[in-house]
Design a protein around this ligand. Structure first.
Ligand SMILES: [Mg+2]
Length: 299
């Protein structure tokens, strides 16, 4: 069982003390009002939030609205704990996106059971998400996740007339590397390349996925050719100086990558794979040009 962190928000100290005692098996954070809760959420990402509704200044409904508005807190499940027991209030809570609604009088065993159910549900959901969206080796998003993301970002850029850049990265001479060092060293190398690329990006805004084999792909929303090619060059450079994969036989040939990128302001009628095909053509140029280099184009 993993360790769960619960954030309780209530303006009454005795409620917070009661909840802390009731949920002693979990890690526990508390806030006395909405503002304090939002402040804490900049530093912590709890697995569950228990939220009072009647509080001065900002009520629980407003806190939940703000949580749903922020990408980082949107998916944290919220249970309302309140004295408001009308159907209207309960409906309002669920409509705003709460996962559960518990009314007074609070019974410790009921709260424990409902918290446990919610956490179990969230845990299973996360597992499923991980299995279907992440690449098993590198633990970065897989191709399926990338396809969804590309369609969404392409559509957004077309609608809002914003630039979009896409980078394709291919590990140079990877088959040779595998033949020389074996597949497990090859796998290790891919994990490390993924880590290096990640370290050059501003996630989650900039999105890295494993496209397949030794190929990676990066989506750069709201990024033009100048900024995009700079990131591509940074990736190429950091892999080339990593020295992580020096040939033990003494050739000291570090692993390198070839990079192709493309920037465009998409039009609504265009197919989202058009940017992928153009970036791939640039990658081909980079390979032809001697590898360990970046080729970029834009329209
Ligand atoms: Mg209250």
């Amino acid at each position: 069982m993993e360790e769960y962190l619960i954030l309780a928000v209530d303006d009454q100290d005795f409620n917070l003390i009661f909840l802390k005692k009731t949920l002693a098996e979990y890690q526990f954070l508390s806030a006395r009002n909405g503002r304090q809760a939002l402040e804490l959420l900049r530093k912590y990402s709890p697995d569950l939030i228990l939220l009072d509704i009647v509080m001065p200044e900002m009520d629980g409904y407003e806190v939940l609205r703000q949580l749903k508005y922020d990408e980082r807190t949107r998916n944290i499940p919220v249970i309302f704990l309140t004295s408001l027991d009308s159907i209207e209030d309960e409906e309002k809570g669920f409509n705003l996106g709460a996962v559960d609604y518990i009314t007074k009088p609070f019974k410790p065993t009921i709260i424990q059971a409902r918290v446990k159910n919610t956490l179990r549900f969230i845990h299973q959901q996360k597992l499923l998400e991980r299995m279907s969206h992440l690449d098993g080796l590198t633990e970065i998003p897989n191709r399926r996740f990338f396809e969804e993301k590309l369609a969404a970002e392409f559509g957004f850029a077309a609608t809002n007339k914003r630039p979009l850049s896409l980078i394709m990265i291919d590990v140079d001479f990877f088959k040779k590397f595998n033949d020389q060092h074996g597949h497990s060293k090859g796998d290790e190398a891919l994990v490390k390349v993924a880590q290096i690329i990640r370290s050059c990006l501003n996630e989650p805004h900039e999105f890295l996925a494993r496209y397949g084999g030794e190929e990676f792909v990066v989506i750069l929303p709201d990024t033009d050719a100048a900024a995009g090619s700079e990131i591509a060059e940074k990736i190429r450079y950091h892999v080339s100086i990593s020295q992580l994969f020096n040939n033990p036989a003494g050739s000291h040939a570090a692993l390198t990558v070839s990079v192709g990128g493309y920037s465009m302001i998409p039009a609504n009628y265009e197919y989202c794979h058009s940017i992928l095909e153009k970036a791939d053509a640039c990658l081909y140029q980079a390979k032809k040009h001697g590898r360990n280099c970046v080729k970029w184009d834009y329209s």
